[in-house]
Design a protein around this ligand. Sequence first.
Ligand SMILES: Cc1ncc(COP(=O)(O)O)c(C=O)c1O
Length: 388
Amino acid sequence: MDLSFGRAIRSRWLLDPEIIFLNNGSFGATPIEVLEIQHDWQRRFEREPVAFVRQHLHHELRNAAATMAAFMGARGEDLVFVENATTGVNAVIRSILPLLDPGDELLTTSHVYNAVRQTLRYAADIAECIYIEVPVPFPIGSAAEVIEAVRRAITERTRFALFDHITSPTGLVFPVEELVQICKERGIMVMIDGAHTPGMLPLQLDELGADWYTGNFHKWLFAPKGCAFLWTAPERQAMTHPVVISHGYQKGYLAEFDFTGTKDWSTYLSAPAGLAFYERLGGGNIYRYNRTLALDAQRVLARAVGVTPPAPQEMIAFLAAVPLPSTEATEVAANRLQQWLFDEHRIEVPIFAWDGHLLLRTASQVYNEAWEYDHLARIIEQWIARAD
Ligand SMILES: Cc1ncc(COP(=O)(O)O)c(C=O)c1O
């Protein structure tokens, strides 16, 4: 494969050539050749749907799970496919409901992904628990600030904690190894939401020591949309159930998750094709290229806004968020700016209203180039000048 990245490789995606696409973070982007492999799986299924499900599905799914697990330092039998990280989180949080007592605390941080926040709030409502969102600052000086904030917030009533590996609105790499350890030392059940991690950071799931870890393959590992996993520590598998209960109930973790009703399994079965694409490009090449772009993006955008980079380099992988000067840090203002960038400048980049700031968050994937962030920075300078 030609290893030139940027525009040289962009034709491998269906991405609109008219758009500067700086938002791989929201849904990922699937290469055409992976979509073609997905289509091959669909054709194989449609040729004889019954035989496919009865004779091949289990074996093919388990093969795909074993391949993906090996890439993440895990055993195939601990990994199941789910549609997305939201579903992985929901499966776990609903599974722990019977273990919760009124007054127990469910803990996360202020950088939590909003859908996950709502799932935790739902659990707290049902089980009469207390939902705790630990404030973690942004701009931030070091990962130690996350650890300290969490350490201080834990109490004797903390029962379950959920931490992002890479945060959504702020794009930070959180020190999950230390956070997991803090929880394990105190007997707190701990889940990591690694929605962005596969393909962005190396994983050693067996060594991490979390109770649960969920992550998407469709964001950064080039898989088709709706392709994610849930990893569960062996001692937690008996209590962990999918969101949809089906024939496999009480027949074991894999039986419960591997069949939750008829669906298009081609997404899951194509995960190894996404991984193969990643490996052909070279994980190390991807990491160096994307991270360099992300650090450049952080630098040029911070300069355009007139602030110092809001996070240290060790907390940056492929996402970079910068706070924008704005008197109106609302969702309406965020959507207005995002739409203006798209309509007037053909730039796709997310803007979030978060903790009293408007945040602009870039993503860097191999089809991006440095000039795209420079161009965005010039537009942001114009937007600031216009607002003054
Ligand atoms: C930290 C985090 N968790 C969960 C999700 C949800 O991912 P999905 O839409 O694939 O469920 C996202 C999506 O951006 C995320 O950033």
